[in-house]
Write a protein of this length. Structure first.
Length: 176
């Protein structure tokens, strides 16, 4: 059984994760643990007591973002209007990608997490619902949608992420 963290240790953990998310979003995975510790206002050892490697810290931050996306996807899957829910989810992803662009690049470090698997499954359900509602071309798969959307977001300057997302969404719709 895992012991709950002391209040000060829990605060430090939150500060480390917040600082790591901020620095990773700004500079990507090349940032040093020392920079993260400095931003969090803790010592280098405090970070390594909780995260044995920088990759473990990156994974913890990415898993937090994945959980946020999972919550959004679950909400969208449960929504009555499948087309509007799909569009809304995709625009929220674009918004988060623009805000945390360099952090999204770190997702590759977490390809084995259950959270990423869950997000892909929910994405598949969203695409299928959107196809049934006529909002996505019937020949497209969830992998197609993710690949096309991801490529557009990676190419988009952050200030144009929503515009690129809207263009992709228009292209995903079946011809009139």
């Amino acid at each position: 059984m895992t012991q709950p963290l002391r209040a000060d240790a829990q605060r430090n953990l939150g500060r480390v994760l917040d600082a790591a998310a901020e620095v990773l979003a700004e500079r990507g995975a090349d940032v040093s643990v020392d920079e993260i510790a400095r931003r969090a206002g803790v010592g280098h050892g405090t970070v390594f007591r909780r995260f044995p490697t920088k990759d473990a810290l990156i994974a913890a931050v990415v898993v937090e973002r994945l959980r946020e996306l999972i919550a959004l996807a679950e909400e969208a899957v449960a929504a009555e209007d499948a087309a509007a829910a799909f569009r809304g989810f995709m625009l929220r992803v674009a918004e988060q990608h623009a805000r945390d662009r360099r952090l999204f690049e770190c997702f590759d470090k977490c390809v084995e997490t259950p959270e990423l698997t869950e997000l892909h499954a929910l994405g598949g359900r969203l695409v299928e619902r959107a196809k049934a509602a006529g909002a996505v071309r019937p020949e497209l798969t969830a992998v197609d949608v993710e690949t096309i959307f991801g490529a557009a977001l990676r190419a988009a300057p952050p200030e144009h992420a929503e515009r690129y997302a809207e263009i992709v969404l228009a292209g995903l719709r079946p011809p009139a």
